[in-house]
Ligand binder design. Structure first.
Ligand SMILES: [Zn+2]
Length: 337
């Protein structure tokens, strides 16, 4: 469908078509009324149905919805400098059309958005400040440009500037209309959120291995999230950094979370792509690796994966397409064809 029409145009067309049908019926009805006729029962029923469909949007929510999931996004250090020097457009340039074709993009935001100065710019690998991140408040525009509709905050960097940094992050995201979710110490916001697109409700649930009591919290969130949503996507931040192999804990937890109601698992944190598998008919991507990150010290950390998931509400099924990424040393990211 998207290959033929631009999404927005297609939606507008359907709406216009619906309105045309409605006006046609009203027109027919009015011409009868002129002759002192009323609507036939069939006409009344179909007019009411079109009116109800238009009001609720229900009829148009049955089309599959395509969401792209990406890995770790880190916008401090070298990436901050590239954005300052060349603009955010430069970073997205090679993949922007792909991202905008989807109904939305969801990623792990590996740090807070604050008004604080960066402490990691120009530091060396191994120095303490090299691992303390803060992203400029302007990055919400950068994220929105790339169609990023929701971000996970449940990770090991969200508290880099304390609970005040996390609060600032939530404020900036809220102002920008970007959905956020995730579990971390001192967070009063829910650990999961619904991302609603074209009438499809996807619950985004986080598991953060760096937050205490995380397993129990995630199990409780999964239970809650299932109730009012069409799909439940679990986004864990877990595993061992720079290891292609998953650990036993990840494997065990993925199974537990699927048994507890997750329809899909999309992991992050290891900074490299890890294996994917299917359990009870549900797909597990243990780690998508990096998405936007300045880790150019190895081939593995310069590779990432985007997962295009097409959610079909009618059949309660998800189709997948994987796009392999390369993170170039100039800050740009591109799809490997
Ligand atoms: Zn991490």
């Amino acid at each position: 469908m998207k290959k033929i029409f631009q999404n927005q145009n297609f939606k507008t067309m359907r709406l216009l078509l619906g309105l045309a049908v409605l006006f046609l019926m009203l027109g027919v009805g009015f011409s009868f009324q002129d002759k002192k006729h009323v609507f036939s029962r069939e006409q009344e029923i179909s007019i009411k149905k079109v009116q109800a469909d238009l009001a609720s949007g229900e009829k148009y929510s049955q089309d599959p919805v395509e969401i792209i999931f990406g890995g770790d996004v880190m916008l401090d250090r070298y990436i901050r400098q590239v954005i300052e020097r060349r603009g955010g457009d430069f970073i997205w340039q090679k993949i922007i059309s792909e991202l905008q074709m989807a109904e939305g993009v969801v990623v792990n935001l590996e740090g807070p958005i604050t008004s604080n100065e960066s402490v990691s710019v120009n530091t060396q690998i191994g120095e303490r400040n090299n691992y303390i991140f803060t992203f400029d408040s302007g990055v919400t525009d950068f994220l929105k440009d790339a169609n990023i509709r929701a971000v996970n905050l449940g990770n090991n960097h969200i508290l880099n500037f304390g609970s005040d940094g996390a609060k600032q992050t939530q404020k900036y995201l809220q102002e920008a209309g970007i959905t956020f979710f995730g579990n971390f110490q001192g967070n009063s916001a829910p650990g999961w959120r619904t991302l609603e697109i074209e009438g499809l409700k996807i619950a985004l649930v986080n598991f953060n291995q760096f937050s205490s009591g995380a397993v129990e919290k995630t199990l409780a969130d999964l239970k809650e999230a299932q109730v009012k949503n069409d799909f439940v996507v679990l986004m864990p931040h877990w595993g061992n950094e720079y290891e292609n192999y998953i650990n036993e804990k990840q494997k065990e937890l993925a199974r537990r979370f699927i048994e507890a109601g997750a329809d899909l698992v999309i992991g992050s944190h290891p900074h490299v792509v890890q294996l994917s598998e299917t359990y009870q008919g549900r797909k597990i991507y243990y780690s998508l690796g990096n998405f936007i990150f300045d880790q150019y010290f190895s081939e593995e950390t310069q590779k990432g994966l985007l997962v295009k998931a097409v959610f079909d509400k009618k059949n309660h099924s998800i189709d997948f397409q994987e796009l392999r990424l390369n993170l170039n040393a100039n800050g740009q990211v591109e799809i490997v064809r």
